[in-house]
Design a protein around this ligand. Structure first.
Ligand SMILES: Nc1ncnc2c1ncn2[C@@H]1O[C@H](COP(=O)(O)OP(=O)(O)OP(=O)(O)O)[C@@H](O)[C@H]1O
Length: 204
């Protein structure tokens, strides 16, 4: 069943930013850009309930403040720029991985036997994306999901991600620096400029 809940930020405030009002419909991708240090990751961390913040985040009728942070984060899933791995082997983190997804991301099922310690940063990034979506969240927060990838792999991962997002209906906040990527994937584009968050036309 595709997700049907809207992700809403109401008067969200974190660091310099305040009064952030955003509504993401199911399957909608909102790209967030801004200079290095402008607060993109902190905004995502606030939406994931990982940092104290003002205002509200809601998933459908569910208020972030009404449930324990770990339960919120299971629904509103953050894939940080640097992923965390707690067990030794890849397979221990990815027991529910679909072989078709592994293939789409450039892996064979043998990757499940690999040690996490041998993974390159790009391999870690792709597998962290797969791990996140394998947990069936209701919304996605992606922090530069293709930052460690070459151009061809970026396009491959991007296509795979957009297909999954459209098919599963996840409202998605996607931090991106690359204007060409934003043009390819975004339904909406917002940019942090100082203390302001402003919409940038996408012409789609
Ligand atoms: N817990 C914290 N308390 C205070 N300041 C913080 C905290 N975490 C990050 N910062 C600062 O907040 C600012 C925004 O950080 P953030 O990581 O959100 O930037 P960013 O826009 O994601 O940058 P980049 O594109 O370089 O990843 C930075 O100046 C950072 O040093």
């Amino acid at each position: 069943m595709p997700a049907t809940d809207v992700l809403r930020l109401e008067r969200l405030a974190i660091s310099e930013l305040s009064g952030v009002e955003l509504t993401l419909a199911p399957a909608e991708i909102l790209c967030l850009s801004g200079a290095s240090g402008s607060g993109k990751s902190r905004l995502l961390r606030a939406v994931a309930d990982l940092e104290p913040h003002g205002g509200k985040a809601l998933l459908g009728d569910l208020d972030q403040a009404s449930l324990p942070a770990h339960e919120w984060r299971a629904r509103v899933m953050l894939v940080p720029a640097e992923s965390h791995w707690w067990a030794d082997s890849v397979g221990e983190h990815l027991s529910q991985a679909d072989p078709a997804d592994l293939k789409a991301l450039g892996f064979t099922p043998e990757v499940l036997d690999w040690q996490v310690a041998r993974l390159s940063s790009g391999e870690k990034q792709r597998l962290a994306l797969l791990r996140a979506i394998s947990r069936e969240p209701s919304a996605l927060l992606l922090d530069e999901p293709t930052a460690n990838l070459d151009d061809a792999t970026t396009r491959r991962v991007e296509t795979w991600l957009v297909e999954r997002i459209r098919e599963r209906g996840w409202p998605t906040l996607w931090v991106a620096h690359d204007a060409a990527q934003i043009a390819r994937v975004a339904n909406h584009h917002w940019r942090i400029e100082g203390a302001e968050l402003a919409e940038v036309p996408t012409w789609t």
